[in-house]
Design a protein around this ligand. Structure first.
Ligand code: 5AD
Ligand code: SF4
Length: 452
């Protein structure tokens, strides 16, 4: 079948989480299926797709600004469509629907989080009618994984096992734009994983807003530990997952860290706050003590497991004492990495109605103190790697220097090292090579390839 998109070029701008990045791979797969080719810049593209995020206000406002400024970019010479088509999908598409085309009349297509598969039809419709095509639906019957995918790297794959979220943390907009949690049948997951392994993929990252509750909707109880067993049995080299809610992390999953060859010794376990009062107001449904208990159990299984977390500073009503509870928790756990966020009010969430009178400067000062601590701790944690030989999955070369390899250790640390003499970087990309670590910085390690 020929399409009106044959010979066109597309580019995708992705904001936000791994789920969005994965959705972008699906969008790329569909557009390539229509005969469009990927390009790097908006200037070269006939179709520009924005995969958007509305978790915090900054990304939200930026999207509106970016799309508005596209009016001024001329159509590329020789464009078969004679115009540049702009589509907005993802979480802002889902939330704002028609409102987007009202605010941005030069926008052509809007789609949401549940109907990625409609994009080709919506684009064709916009081209044929020379008008807007907007479609946002409340939920979908099919998992987007049934769609073709253009994976960014041949050696790594994201594999969604759940979509949506039932947790309604009081600050978070995700449940409103991604819908209720839906798990994918175990057989489908395993079948997709096996296909990746057969195609030479080295690392699979299982995705979901809360992978730990996988299966509750399908099987009446969480079965995430079984997913890990089944994925391990495919023969995959490395498995990671994101993200985990502490209230649902089971002993079974913790045990798998010690038992499964493929499960990497790294866990992202968002704590959000170290204060029980704030955790309650956030509707997180665990306490600081429960969280620290999980860390203890994890370390009893893998003593040097790399832990990372998300923290929100300045939640409504956060006092200095609450903040210090968070600060001390970060000090105690010793995370390898912490993603720190300043609370951002999201209309429609329960927290948006909470009294919020802490001055901006106070919140910023807390944030800066926390970031200093996080950096100090990350630096200290990395020192333990000095002198160790670690298997590094080579992802490419350093952005700044093409003679320097860049890859990931099992603990998900970035590792840099010179391309060994007599070897080409391209040959090593996607392979796992042992490297001796001789320098440990805050955000990366440096080493030397030690294979023969
Ligand atoms: N403000 C600030 N940070 C937020 N996050 C989610 N919602 C908000 C908000 N309204 C953070 C949480 C979550 C991460 C993905 O984004 O820490 O874990
Ligand atoms: Fe948002 Fe909480 Fe769901 Fe995570 S678990 S997506 S923070 S509501």
């Amino acid at each position: 079948m020929t399409s009106c998109f044959e010979g066109t070029a597309f580019c995708i701008h992705t904001f936000g989480c791994q789920m969005n990045k994965h959705d972008s791979e699906r969008v790329a797969g569909m557009l390539e299926g229509l005969g469009s080719l990927p390009v790097e810049t908006i200037e070269e593209a006939d179709i520009v797709v924005f995969m958007t995020c509305c978790v915090r206000e900054a990304a939200d406002t930026r999207l509106y600004g970016q799309v508005a400024s596209m009016k001024n970019i001329p159509v590329r010479d020789g464009s078969p469509l004679l115009k540049r088509y702009i589509a907005v999908g993802g979480c802002i598409g889902q939330r704002d629907g028609e409102k987007l085309v009202e605010a941005l009349p030069h926008l052509d297509v809007v789609f949401g989080t549940h109907n990625l598969a409609s994009l080709p039809a919506l684009l064709s419709d916009a081209v044929q009618r020379h008008g807007h095509s907007v479609e946002v639906i409340e939920s979908a019957d099919t998992f987007s994984s049934a769609l073709p995918t253009a994976r960014e790297h041949s050696w790594a794959a994201w594999l969604p096992i759940t979509v949506g979220c039932n947790n309604f943390c009081s600050y978070c907009i995700v449940p409103y734009v991604r819908g209720r949690e839906k798990s994918r049948p175990l057989e489908d997951i395993v079948e997709e994983a096996q296909r990746y392994v057969d195609a030479g993929v080295k690392e699979i990252t299982l995705l979901g807003q809360n992978v730990n509750s996988y299966g509750r909707d399908l099987y009446g109880e969480p079965r995430f530990a079984e997913v890990l067993d089944a994925i391990d049995a495919t023969g995959i080299e490395r498995v990671r997952f994101a993200t985990s809610h502490p209230k649902d992390l089971t002993d079974g999953v913790i045990e798998r860290f010690g038992a499964l060859r493929s499960l990497m010794p790294a866990l992202h376990l968002p704590v959000q706050s170290g204060s029980n009062r704030i955790l309650k107001a956030m509707n997180r449904r665990y306490t600081r003590e429960h969280y620290l208990g999980l860390i203890e159990k994890l370390r009893a299984v893998v003593s040097d497991i790399a832990l990372s977390t998300d923290i929100i500073v300045g939640f409504p009503g956060e006092t200095e004492e609450d903040f210090m509870d968070t600060y001390r928790l970060v000090e105690e756990v010793g995370y390898s990495q912490v993603f720190t966020f300043i609370y951002s009010k999201r209309e429609g969430t329960p927290a948006a109605k909470m009294e919020d009178d802490t001055p901006r400067e106070v919140i910023q000062e807390r944030f800066d103190r926390l970031v200093d601590l996080v950096q100090r701790k990350a630096y200290e944690t990395n020192q333990a790697e000095l002198g160790q030989v670690v298997p590094v999955l080579i992802e490419g070369t350093s952005k700044r220097d093409s003679t320097v390899l860049a890859g990931k250790s099992p603990k998900n640390q970035t590792v840099h090292g010179p391309v060994p003499t007599g070897r080409a970087a391209e040959q090593l990309v996607g392979t796992i090579v042992p490297m001796r670590i001789d320098e440990a910085r805050t955000w990366y390690l440096s080493g030397t390839v030690v294979d023969g």
